[in-house]
Ligand binder design. Structure first.
Ligand SMILES: *Cc1c(COP(=O)(O)O)cnc(C)c1O
Length: 454
């Protein structure tokens, strides 16, 4: 008889009453489970109609299995942790800075109940959100005042909007850079309502270029901006005034100087065999009126934008309506405070993952890599890790890599990704840099590789 298969297809209601579905109902709830059963039955019906109306339909067990797969897929988080074996420490696509144990605990604690976000326990009155990380920021950096917003892009926008709306912002042409994720200095400036006054050339800008532009604009210039070149480096025949010169120029003309230093190093990167990255303290002590940086680059904390500087200027920023729209949330403030405390207690290198990775000795990496090689095979290779995150372009740290030569490196890398492990491919090898792998994850890396290579 025609369409026998279709008629024998289990009905949605019958499947929902199947005892095997009880576990799905309690795990995923009725609406989602019903949707899953409907979906697989509809699909099976369409397939039967199209291809094989007379053959036996999928069994109830088979349909329930398909529904289970669909439910698992639907409810799996898309934001998951992974093992970063690329050797790029501040990997923008992989979530930048992992947090210290203390910062993680601080976030969890604040998330678990009501809290003092805007409440003063002593007086019982409304408290200040701005209180939380700001005192610590001032203590650690020596700044008069501080403000925490959502990210550094927002911090720069707020500075420009507050200090230079409808007025000119003088910046060197070589600093009109695009940073990852669509942050372009000229575009942010446009959004702020400020007017771009670009001076000099791509590779060479002199102090007199600034002088001439300020003179030509008469009183329409409101701010001198310096932006870190970020993940871009000009080499060769190049010059740009340094910060002391820009600060002196600002003083002479009564103009504030804003310094977007990007990564926000609080420690001297020179001490770790890297080139010099401008530090927050040095920018401040040179006399920049405001300094902006990210919380989740070299600072090693949560995503945040931090503005520190002169009290009068930061107070203006805090009062601008835009500040409310880009303010930091309680989880960020909790994690940032815990991270800053590591600096205050002089334990940043030991406690903050980013600095632990930067300071990790080659011997330690080699010993870990050697253990992986002994367990799964492959070779120990000399290589380079990078800082990433727009800081220290072209700077590398010597490292040791585990190299696996396989028939299809692409295929192995893909299977590793299914296990939430991201490695590098170079030539015909898959490479693993343990510098960026948390030491507690070495075992998972090894057992996954053993399984995939078996
Ligand atoms: C990274 C960076 C930004 C943007 O910071 P986010 O925290 O990613 O918004 C802005 N300016 C510079 C110089 C940077 O390096």
């Amino acid at each position: 008889m025609a369409n026998e298969g279709l008629r024998a297809l289990p009905a949605v209601d019958a499947l929902l009453n199947n005892s095997a579905v009880a576990a799905l109902l309690s795990a995923f709830g009725r609406p989602l489970t019903t949707a899953a059963i409907r979906k697989v039955v509809t699909k099976a019906r369409a397939e039967l109609q199209r291809d094989t109306p007379d053959s036996p339909p999928p069994s109830a067990d088979e349909l329930i299995e398909r529904a289970t797969d669909w439910l698992r897929e639907q409810s799996a988080p898309t934001l998951q942790t992974l093992i970063n074996a690329t050797g790029v420490i501040l990997h923008t696509n992989l979530g930048r800075a992992p947090l210290s144990d203390e910062a993680q605990r601080a976030m969890l604690a604040v998330a678990s109940d009501y809290n003092t976000l805007e409440f003063d326990l002593a007086s019982g009155k409304r408290g200040k959100r701005s209180l939380h990380a700001e005192a610590l920021l001032c203590r650690v950096t020596g700044a008069e005042a501080a403000l925490v917003v959502n990210n550094n892009a927002a911090a720069v926008l707020l500075v420009l909007r507050t200090l230079a709306r409808r007025k000119g912002v003088v910046i060197s042409r070589g600093q009109l850079v695009e940073i990852g994720g669509g942050f372009r200095v000229p575009d942010v400036l446009k959004q702020s309502g400020g007017k771009l006054v670009e001076v000099g050339t791509t590779n060479r800008t002199h102090l007199h270029d600034y002088e001439e532009a300020i003179a030509a604009q008469e009183n329409r210039v409101a701010l001198i901006l310096r932006a870190h070149h970020s993940n871009f480096r000009i080499v060769g025949f190049t010059t740009e005034p340094d910060l002391p010169e820009l600060v002196a120029l600002g003083r002479k003309h009564g103009l504030p100087v804003a310094d977007d230093i990007g990564s926000g190093a609080l420690l001297e990167t020179n001490a770790f065999g890297l080139g010099h990255e401008p530090t927050v303290q040095e920018s401040l002590s040179t006399g920049a009126d405001v300094v902006c940086f990210s919380g989740d680059k070299l600072l090693g904390g949560p995503q945040a934008g931090i503005v520190i500087g002169r009290e009068a200027v930061v107070t203006k920023l805090k009062r601008h309506p835009l500040a409310r729209a880009i303010r930091a949330d309680k989880l960020c403030l909790a994690a940032l405070s815990a991270t800053l405390l590591h600096y205050l207690k002089d334990e940043a290198v030991q406690k903050i993952p980013v600095w632990r990775m930067i300071s990790m000795g080659v011997n330690e990496i080699e010993a870990r890599a050697q253990r992986v090689v002994e367990a799964v095979g492959g070779e120990l290779l000399v290589g380079q890790s990078t800082v990433g995150g727009g800081s220290l372009p072209a700077e590398t740290l010597p490292t040791r890599l585990v190299g696996l030569r396989v028939r299809s490196p692409q295929r192995l890398a893909q299977r590793l990704r299914q296990h939430r492990i991201v490695a590098r491919i170079q030539d015909d090898r898959v490479l693993f840099d343990l510098r960026t792998v948390s030491p507690t994850a070495d075992n998972r890396l090894v057992s996954t590789l053993q399984q995939l290579l078996a």
